[in-house]
Design a protein around this ligand. Structure first.
Ligand SMILES: Nc1ncnc2c1ncn2[C@@H]1O[C@H](COP(=O)(O)OP(=O)(O)O)[C@@H](O)[C@H]1O
Ligand SMILES: O=C(OP(=O)(O)O)[C@H](O)COP(=O)(O)O
Length: 394
């Protein structure tokens, strides 16, 4: 990565505004998954050890510029205090005089968490005044919020124009792993793209077709490709306006010598529910009033073989409706193949694929699980992430 990191600057005694992504799931005021908090610990602990005054900032949810009580960061501060074994001070605002006063009380190695930055309308508008108000709190800016790096907001982008601005360790690792995959991959390099909609994955398929040896398609979006081959897909998900695009992707794959893998069979159901009637059919035999909700057993075998023969695999998007146990087998089989693949570097794009490997308790078998769904998708589309671009070059 050609951006400066926390290693490149001296932070002793300095006030460090560190943007993290603590956008974590919560229920009844308790953090239910602290993965993103734990992922930021190396940077926070490093800053503490170096004698910085660590001022953390994050968004939570989408409060749309207003205070939403359930989206306060108090529970996050509590969980962070437990993980650090040190009390984290939490302010009720994210800038202004009260916050400045709290910061003035900090000693070297102390940690303070600001209130949800999205309580202010200027955050998502990247309002220069708000960026300045954040910058006034600190001497240095560190961005460790990979999950929000695709957002050009006041605390992820604007502030970087007012202070020395560097990446944290999580940001560095995410960019290096994904960056290496796209620029200098070990081969065979396989991408597995699933999920609901072709529309959401156009950019990533387009970009990856120039880079991969194998492209595996699954999930709801696969049915538009099946339709493009001329097969009936019953009530399966279809994006009529993307059929031509699906055809062009298959043609492009052929031209480029990319092996394009599609489901050869499917688990179809007579209703979109966990206890629907279901059966396995060949992909060209989907009955007219049934819908494909998972890849079938032959497809699972086929995909497993490709995965086991790869040196690098990137996975984004489930193979079926994995939230329902009846249609989780395909996604589980792919996760299991990744877990079993020895000598294969496995990268899980965030979002539902990360949720799936957690659900199947295979997370510790993966080499890298991205903390950003949208961010890793945009990165894989070949887009520049504003939160990274704004940091100081090496
Ligand atoms: N065959 C299918 N039919 C309908 N929905 C599906 C199918 N396969 C997967 N899905 C749904 O797609 C959703 C995930 O899609 P998406 O948001 O695009 O993935 P990601 O978050 O990994 O980018 C899941 O909720 C899953 O249930
Ligand atoms: O959870 C996030 O996105 P993700 O679910 O795509 O990983 C990030 O915190 C970004 O949140 P946002 O999509 O509300 O900007």
């Amino acid at each position: 990565m050609n951006k400066k990191t926390v290693r490149d600057i001296d932070v002793k005694g300095k006030r460090v505004f560190c943007r993290v992504d603590f956008n974590v799931p919560m229920q009844n005021g308790v953090v239910t998954d602290d993965t993103r908090i734990r992922a930021a610990l190396p940077t926070i602990q490093y800053l503490m050890e170096q004698g910085a005054k660590v001022i953390l900032a994050s968004h939570l949810g989408r409060p749309k510029g207003k205070v939403v009580e359930e989206m306060r960061l108090n529970a996050v501060a509590e969980r962070l205090s437990e993980l650090l074994g040190k009390r984290v001070v939490k302010t009720d605002e994210a800038y202004g005089d009260a916050v400045k006063a709290a910061i003035a009380q900090m000693n070297e190695g102390d940690v303070l968490l600001l209130e949800n930055v999205r309580f202010y309308p200027g955050e998502e508008k990247n309002d220069p005044e708000l960026a300045k108000a954040f910058a006034e709190l600190a001497d240095v800016y560190v961005n460790d919020a990979f999950g929000a790096a695709h957002r050009a907001h006041a605390s992820t982008e604007g502030i970087a124009h007012h202070l020395p601005a560097v990446a944290g360790f999580l940001m560095e690792k995410e960019i290096e792993v994904l960056g290496k995959a796209l620029s200098n991959p070990d081969r065979p390099f396989t991408a597995i793209i699933g999920g609901a909609k072709v529309k959401d994955k156009i950019g990533v398929i387009e970009n990856l077709l120039d880079k991969v040896d194998n492209l595996i398609i699954g999930g709801g979006l696969a049915y538009t490709f099946v339709k493009a081959l001329g097969h009936e897909i019953g009530k399966s998900l279809l994006e009529e306006d993307k059929i031509e695009l699906a055809k062009s992707f298959m043609e492009k794959a052929k031209e480029k010598g990319v092996n394009f893998y599609m489901p050869v069979d499917a688990v179809v159901a007579d209703d979109f529910s966990n206890d629907a009637n279901k059966k396995v059919v060949n992909i060209d035999e989907i009955p007219s009033d049934w819908e494909g909700l998972d890849i079938g057993p032959k497809t699972r075998e086929l995909y497993r073989d490709v995965i086991l023969k790869s040196k690098l695999v990137i996975w984004n998007g489930p193979m079926g409706v994995f939230e329902m146990d009846a249609f989780a087998e395909g996604t589980k089989a792919v996760a299991q193949a990744l877990a079993d693949a020895e000598g294969t570097y496995t990268v899980i794009g965030g979002g539902d694929s990360a949720a799936a490997v957690e659900k199947f308790e295979l997370a510790d078998k993966m080499d890298h699980i991205s903390t950003g769904g949208g961010a890793s998708l945009e990165f894989m589309e070949g887009k520049q992430l504003p939160g990274v671009v704004a940091l100081n070059d090496k």
